[in-house]
Design a protein around this ligand. Structure first.
Ligand code: SAM
Length: 245
């Protein structure tokens, strides 16, 4: 997967793109992320990338010219992207399901806003999808773009040391993940559940599934409601309750 990220503040994204699972995956070419400074698409160095909003009111708006020049230059160089995604609080809510779906795209462009956002005409004509990472407002789209990139890149084949790990994460199968433990087996009077040390893979699988369901019922019953609704809508589909598969 290739991601072109358009931003007015490239320095905000550089560190996270070089660290952890994401940094390693990009270094090993499991995915490619190219960062583009919006200011480089201004007509001249004095050209502002933002301007006052028509109709007055506080805040500035990112001008259409530099942004569209940047998007057109990307298309000339790399072809038509599968999606041009604008990160915005009023977009569709980003979920693990959208991450799974987007992770299968070959080439996407992410557009990040600043100030009051980007000119509406760019949204109408050049943006194909709008995504929000939650019901709150950040000062720029760089952190939301990094959230998307991290969620998508870790799903690329080869990104995680053990690919099964992603399958047992929360929200896959509409369930939260089961509790995890590591050594020592006893820590300050608290023991790791015996079943996890039993070596009995079938018991461990069942225990993890039961814990996932218990935790989901306690913390996010809405997820169970959703999957029950889906089961009712599609009675012929086989339920896949095994998060350890
Ligand atoms: N005026 C906009 C509104 O009311 O929806 C908010 C603009 S916000 C201050 C500046 C930029 O941050 C946005 O253009 C967007 O790119 C990004 N942003 C802020 N919160 C976001 C969120 N929850 N999800 C995705 N992007 C967000």
């Amino acid at each position: 997967m290739t991601v072109d990220l358009v931003t007015a503040l490239p320095e905000v994204v550089r560190g996270p793109l070089e660290s952890g699972v994401l940094g390693r995956a990009l270094e090993e070419d499991t995915a490619t992320v190219r960062v583009h400074d919006l200011r480089a698409s201004a007509e001249d160095p004095q050209d502002q990338i933002d301007d006052y909003p028509f109709g007055g009111g506080g805040g500035m708006v990112l001008k259409p010219g530099p942004l569209v020049r940047c998007l057109e230059a990307l298309e000339d160089k790399h072809g038509v992207p599968d999606d041009v995604i604008y990160l915005t609080p009023d977009g569709e809510r980003f979920t693990q399901k959208s991450a799974n779906q987007l992770s299968r795209k070959e080439y996407i462009v992410l557009v990040t806003g600043r100030y009051k956002g980007i000119d509406e005409r760019v949204r109408r004509r050049w943006i194909t999808r709008e995504v929000s990472i939650g019901d709150y407002v950040l000062s720029g789209g760089e952190l939301p773009a990094l959230v998307l990139i991290d969620a998508l890149v870790r799903l690329q084949p080869g990104a995680l040391g053990d690919a099964r790990s992603a399958l047992t994460d929360s929200f896959q199968d509409d369930l939260l993940g089961a509790p995890v433990y590591t050594r020592p087996a006893s820590f300050r009077g608290m023991d790791v559940p015996e079943v996890l040390r039993s070596g009995d893979h079938e018991r461990i699988r069942r225990w993890r599934f039961d814990e996932s369901v218990r935790r989901t019922r306690a913390r996010r019953p809405d997820l169970l409601d959703e999957s029950e609704k889906l089961d009712e809508e599609a009675p012929s589909s086989a339920p896949d309750g095994d998060k350890t598969a």
